[in-house]
Ligand binder design. Sequence first.
Ligand code: SAM
Ligand code: SF4
Length: 378
Amino acid sequence: MNALIDTLRPNGLDPAEDVLLAWLKTTDEAAVAQLYQAAFRIKNEQSGPGIFLRGLMEISNQCQKNCLYCGIRHQNEATLRYDLPESDILALGHKAAELGYASIVLQGGERVDNKFVSKITRLLQGLKNIELKRGVDGGARKPHQAKGLGITLSLGEQTEEVYREWYEAGAHRYLLRIESSDPELYGKIHPQDKLHTYQRRIEALQSLRRVGYQVGTGVMIGLPFQTEEHLVKDLLFFKHLDIDMCGMGPYIPHHDTPLAVYADKIPSPERRLDLSIRMVALLRMLMPNINIAATTALQVLSDRGRELAIEAGANVVMPNLTDLLYRSNYDLYDGKPGASVDADLTDSPFARYLQERNIPILRGEWGDSMHYFARQRG
Ligand code: SAM
Ligand code: SF4
């Protein structure tokens, strides 16, 4: 096992690109199983045995952008648009607190108009006033948890001023995927206009860092035109950006998007799942103390998608709190889990799986990235 870890962390340095490439390509199943065990062990050592929760709210599918892969892109006229009223979002905040989800994620299409920006600011102030009811595993709330819900935003590219306004209103983590760290591939999966440049995305990530957020990013895996070499570069990009959190998962075509014409040219669902899980394990080896999500898209490719990611070192899951009425219109890709996936994990196959393996669900915990605190300490 040590020899395996040594290939990925030679003398504490970044591994060579060809080592990472070999891990993505190998057909040696026993070695891959060892990699997963090592990543799982490192996750346990660094962030403990439990899994952190974030209650996901898909607050709006209105979007100014036209990313070529996304089902809710502006030009998709087949999408029925919604924008959850503030009262509904606050009600979801209360639901999260009732369920013991001490952290939530507000995700939505990208909007930059003043009305939207101030709505989010007001919401953050309201959500921060919601008291947590439960501590870990449903027990009494601990004194240090008196600070209310932990809030992550995932609302696309904004100006640094807006990011600061939202940070000061109570958000403290932000997810903005780089989608692909390769500028050329980024260009192929986005329209060629000023709204969709690689440079804008990088600058937004830098702004988030300057404002003080715990910064999360990620990529889609199995995109058209993407090779394993791109994925290796993505892993090293995460390391060099020194990210605190990562959410990455398989690309899944949406029939009403321009990129869907390449659907028969992407890796098989099995390979996209396999690559996604390997990426989780390799990132855990490279960045032992960051938060890594077992993402929803994995579930489309396998009922056990999230479990596999956890066994390979993921430590965060994001149960969807959004009402089913709206959820079906947050239609990013074909086959997105809907009615069958319940927000309350108490009596689900997933909860039973965790219970059988003695993996606690950490209710009542914010579950911040240990990496962030290490970074703060210098
Ligand atoms: N609009 C914000 C943004 O783009 O950052 C947040 C919402 S966006 C829907 C969240 C993520 O969904 C994107 O970062 C992208 O990686 C993912 N996504 C969109 N279409 C997808 C697809 N067809 N397959 C897999 N993931 C997809
Ligand atoms: Fe809009 Fe985000 Fe979808 Fe791009 S990925 S079209 S920004 S919702």
